[in-house]
Design a protein around this ligand. Structure first.
Ligand SMILES: [Zn+2]
Length: 486
């Protein structure tokens, strides 16, 4: 039996022989929801028991946080770390981890990172504070690699303070990067614009007259990061799909790029190996189920339909569907949590890298979310902010088209008004309303996306799906294509 299949035998044993389900049942997150679906929790066992339970959604998590005390939700007295998930709804969701939960994940993280890094490597981590991403990754990588005997040097910084860190980065010359793809291109942009300044810094560092002259004459020359960080060799990228950015990043930074898919909600992320054929999901401390596309369709047409799933150890190549996560955290396990990302199984069995866990490709979100990479905006929130009480006009219907301008995502908003008193003012009111939403504001002010001029039309035709639901968010096919970066 392969290591991966053996792992699933252990998982099934855990779900059969321990009080895993009974324990989770005591949390307010699951209690009421499960009560409506099962008669006797003590009879719920193994994979079969798991698949009989209802799914858990981000909405369940949010509603539970609003209606219950923390003590009614968590299962331990002591928590070590609260992870924040950005929450496209604006409400942050906080996930508790105990110290044992944290430690249990370290070995896996260390093993994955040390496949590509040597003890002498130095990792430059651009970490985004909440609400974008949990900023714990450098600590976890340091602990994870140290657990295996080779702590990797971390040069961690928040993007807002990159300028302050530049001196250290130039002198300490990192060899690896951890960041989000679009942000690493933003930085490449910045380095290009600051070329003269950077060359003169380099000249000072190296006491080179040649570089000093170059800095004086290259006022308009764009330099690539790989000329500044010559020791850079690999990079790890998460929070948004790497593929559209991969070539541009590899070219700009002079590295081999690897995709990472992490759940802030829990264990069980995926990583790309040197075969670069999908992401391995080793399922170390939890397990993944997939809701096949056909089942999703049935659910879309009948909201009461309960979709069937396939557990990942039984999945075959070609299976496409939505990913569902169950994990074994003590503080609050996730049980059948719908991540709302579509995936495809691209390989199973032995891989050239030596691992035998299945490889998945991530195809993006299934729900009505404006996904701009590091920023995710829910259509429900968008709707609320567009339907405020404006004197200048009112919205009847709206639609967002997500496309790309260079490497930056672009939002084009089209509106069919109920009435307009003053077009210019209405445009201004609508924008100001959206801008008052904190996630939108941070993304817009930090130039992480472009907001197109709002268009008004007389008759907006929205795409209808399922039971007469209309789709308000569309993606231009070009959004998923490889980007050009000059
Ligand atoms: Zn592999």
């Amino acid at each position: 039996m392969s290591d991966f299949q053996e792992r699933f035998k252990q998982h099934e044993k855990k779900l059969t022989e321990t009080d895993y389900f009974q324990r989770a049942y005591t949390s307010a997150l699951y209690n009421k929801n499960w009560k409506n679906h099962i008669d006797d929790i003590s009879k719920i066992k193994g994979f079969k028991g798991l698949q009989a339970l209802p799914f858990t959604s981000a909405g369940d998590l949010r509603r539970t946080w609003e209606a219950h005390t923390i003590e009614e939700i968590i299962l331990t007295d002591i928590v070590a770390w609260w992870y924040c998930t950005s929450g496209s709804m604006g409400n942050k969701k906080w996930i508790p981890w105990t110290y044992a939960d944290y430690n249990r994940a370290q070995g896996a993280i260390g093993k994955i990172i040390l496949q590509h890094l040597k003890p002498e490597d130095r990792l430059m981590s651009i970490i985004l504070p909440p609400p974008f991403l949990s900023g714990s990754s450098p600590f976890r990588i340091l602990d994870g690699t140290a657990t295996l005997g080779h702590p990797i040097e971390q040069l961690a910084m928040a993007p807002e303070y990159l300028q302050d860190s530049f001196g250290l980065l130039m002198r300490r010359q990192p060899t690896a990067i951890l960041g989000t793809p679009s942000f690493m291109l933003r930085i490449a942009d910045e380095i290009a614009q600051r070329a003269p300044e950077i060359l003169s810094m380099q000249a000072k560092e190296k006491k080179s007259a040649k570089l000093r002259i170059a800095s004086a004459v290259t006022k308009a020359v764009k330099i690539k990061p790989k000329l500044v960080f010559k020791k850079m060799r690999v990079g790890f990228f998460g929070a948004e799909p790497l593929d559209p950015f991969r070539k541009a990043i590899e070219d700009q930074w002079g590295i081999e790029a690897f995709d990472i898919y992490a759940f802030t909600e829990g264990y069980g992320g995926g990583y790309e190996c040197s075969a670069h054929n999908g992401l391995h999901f080793p399922n170390f401390n939890g397990l993944i189920e997939i809701i096949p596309e056909k089942e999703l369709e049935k659910e879309e047409n009948d909201p009461n339909y309960k979709p069937q799933t396939i557990i990942i150890h039984e999945a075959e190549v070609g299976l496409k569907g939505e990913i569902v996560l169950t994990d074994f955290k003590d503080a609050l396990p996730l049980v059948r949590y719908r991540i709302r990302d579509l995936v495809e199984v691209v390989a199973v069995g032995d891989c050239s890298c030596g691992e035998d866990s299945p490889r998945l490709k991530i195809h993006g979100r299934t729900d009505n979310v404006i996904n701009l990479g590091v920023i995710r905006l829910s259509s429900i929130i968008f709707d609320q902010f567009l339907r405020k009480d404006f004197k200048s006009g009112a919205v009847k219907l709206w639609e967002v088209l997500v496309s790309r301008d260079g490497y930056k995502p672009k939002i084009s908003l089209t509106i069919e008004p109920e009435f307009i008193k003053n077009e210019e003012e209405f445009r201004k009111d609508l924008f100001e309303s959206l801008h008052s939403f904190d996630i939108f504001q941070r993304g817009y002010d930090n130039e992480l996306f472009i907001f197109d001029e709002i268009k008004f039309v007389d008759n907006l035709k929205l795409e209808i799906y399922g039971q007469g639901k209309s789709r308000t968010i569309r993606y231009d096919p070009g959004f998923f294509k490889e980007i050009k970066f000059k």
